[in-house]
Design a protein around this ligand. Sequence first.
Ligand SMILES: [Zn+2]
Length: 202
Amino acid sequence: MRTLPEPVQRLVDAFSRLPGIGPKTASRLTFYLLRAPEELSKNLSEALIGIKQDTGLCEICFNITNKDTKICEICASEQRDRSTLCIVEEPLDVLAIEKTAGYNGLYHVLHGVLSPIEGIGPEDLKIKELYERLKKNDFKEIILATNPSMEGDATAMYLHERLSGLDLRITRLALGLPVGGDLEYADQNTLLRALAGRQNLD
Ligand SMILES: [Zn+2]
């Protein structure tokens, strides 16, 4: 087959744009769906639309939440320690840290990292919102839990400089996390150790 029918090629192309999916996997998934019962495609397409239409960001921490709840479960919970704030890059990092069951404070999701090469500056992240939060709340400790990558480190350093005038303990996750890696891919024990061994930055 030199060329695929347009609807087939369209799905192959769409899959190819996802992270971790090369052209081969994209074709395999597409041809799998072609053979599979129609119900599978229908569920998949509804779920795809749902993740955009039925979700929103928590008004406080910017974690992903249901569209009809303005505040996420963590921010709403009375069981959480409201004196500690963990700053992460993405909602998936919240999930990774929650899975360790070693942290009971609150979160702030930046939705990215500073990256001069990609033209991402502080104004593109939820940093202004972070300052507002720090003004209004009485946090005792800020944990900078951005990824141990070049951009993650640079973002942590930037925040550390900006926040060091405040009366706060500022910590960074301990080494032991794979350098250049993502929090979301770290195994639970490694992440738990990094959290427990977090170090003061000042
Ligand atoms: Zn929240």
